[in-house]
Design a protein around this ligand. Structure first.
Ligand code: PLP
Length: 380
């Protein structure tokens, strides 16, 4: 790793999210292995969980993904624009939208309600690939049990529609003891039986998000559909599958200054120093994704030492307390908010009352993305 190059580039940016593309490659290969005979659909919605889909999706494609899953039509089309040739499944679209470009780009559309099925049946496209999303208990989107027979029959009768399979989304897979996962599996199998009974082949079916992909090989069916694990985070705390976290969020200390005992810092002076010491300013505020509500719930790591955040989180910056500053922290030092050489995204999530999924989506605003691979680093 060319550490000096990393430091040089990051010195030009005050706030960086550093993405380790080798970690993404490692995690993809690990999941592909774990899938065994099943295929791997990589979930890259929300800009690849904020890791930067343009850089991350090609790495995932090169390391064994058979298919990609996204939320929106725009995300699906973006994958085609950047040259992704694999199957792409899009599961959040509205029959009121113009989805003709997606069909033209051979995007698989999820049928998540009878209305979605009708819209596609009435479309004068030559060939549409669909995957039917089954509601097996999440009660969010998906075709309900009472509609399975009719929807499957109608899709089967439409000559321009190819039903590639059924899929469903689990509600409680991150709680391995929760019986709901088995109940959803039972419902999914009932849906498959109905599909077969009307003559649908449904060759590729899937339900496993990261927690189920990692802990329930019996539910892999013909494809697994993980997101979080690709980015190196464990969806169930305490488990260790050898994943490598890909994202680090790092601010460059802009100011170190003394503070007297009794003096406060940041708006409202809500925190006051008990003893004389030093504070340091980190240029990450709520406009950059650091929640104001995280005040005094987390620490940053500077040269291997943790320092507590103090006072209000502002729009552009927050303050940490250095005590007497025995390590000699100075302006220009890297303050790791989470990631390599600091606390993990999961630890930060625990501290500020959220989940690691949300923590990796946080770095926004003035954060600049940098990508590291085999010792080389470049900007987005
Ligand atoms: C429909 C669907 N499938 C799969 C995933 C991937 O889930 P995870 O990130 O837990 O692997 C998501 C993410 O929320 C999703 O919405």
């Amino acid at each position: 790793m060319a550490k000096n190059k990393v430091a040089q580039l990051e010195n030009m940016n005050l706030l960086t999210k550093r993405i380790d593309l080798d970690a993404i490659a490692h995690n993809t290969r690990l999941l592909k292995n774990l899938a065994g005979p099943a295929k791997l659909m990589a979930v890259v919605k929300a800009n690849a969980y904020n890791h930067g889909v343009e850089r991350v999706a090609p790495v995932i494609a090169q390391n064994g993904a058979d298919a990609f899953g996204v939320a929106t039509l725009a995300e699906a089309l973006q994958l085609r624009e950047i040259g992704i040739k694999q199957e792409v499944l899009c599961w959040i679209w509205s029959p009121e939208q113009d989805y003709t470009a997606a069909i033209a780009q051979n995007i698989d559309l999820a049928v998540v309600s009878p209305q979605h099925a009708q819209a596609l049946i009435n479309t004068d496209a030559k060939h549409i690939r669909v995957s039917v999303k089954i509601d097996t208990g999440l009660h969010r989107s998906g075709v309900d049990e009472q509609d399975w027979h009719e929807v499957f029959s109608q899709l089967h009768a439409a000559p321009h529609i190819e039903v590639t399979g059924l899929f469903t989304h689990l509600s409680c897979a991150d709680e391995p003891e929760n019986p709901e996962t088995d109940a959803q599996n039972d419902a999914f199998r009932r849906a498959l039986a109905v599909a077969h009974s009307v003559g649908l082949e449904v060759p590729v079916n899937h339900m496993c998000n990261s927690p189920a992909a990692l802990t329930r090989p019996d539910l892999h069916f013909q494809m697994i559909r993980p997101g979080l694990a690709l980015y190196g985070l464990e969806p169930i705390e305490g488990l260790d599958h050898g994943l490598r976290p890909a994202m680090s969020w790092v601010g460059q200390v802009t100011v170190v200054k003394p503070i007297e005992a009794g003096q406060g810092t940041s708006y409202g002076l809500t925190w006051r120093a008990e003893d004389s010491g030093f504070v340091a300013v980190v240029p990450a505020g709520y406009a950059d994704g650091m929640p104001r509500s995280a005040q005094e719930k987390f620490a940053v790591t500077i040269n291997g030492v943790d320092y507590p955040q103090v006072g209000r989180v502002c729009m552009d910056q927050f303050v940490v307390y250095l005590g007497e500053n025995p390590q000699g922290v100075q302006a220009g030092d890297s303050a790791v908010i989470f990631g390599a050489a600091g606390q993990s995204a999961t630890e930060l999530a625990d501290n500020i009352g959220t989940i690691n999924y949300e923590v990796v989506c946080r770095p926004t605003g003035r954060t600049v993305a940098t990508y590291v691979s085999e010792g080389e680093i470049d900007e987005a």
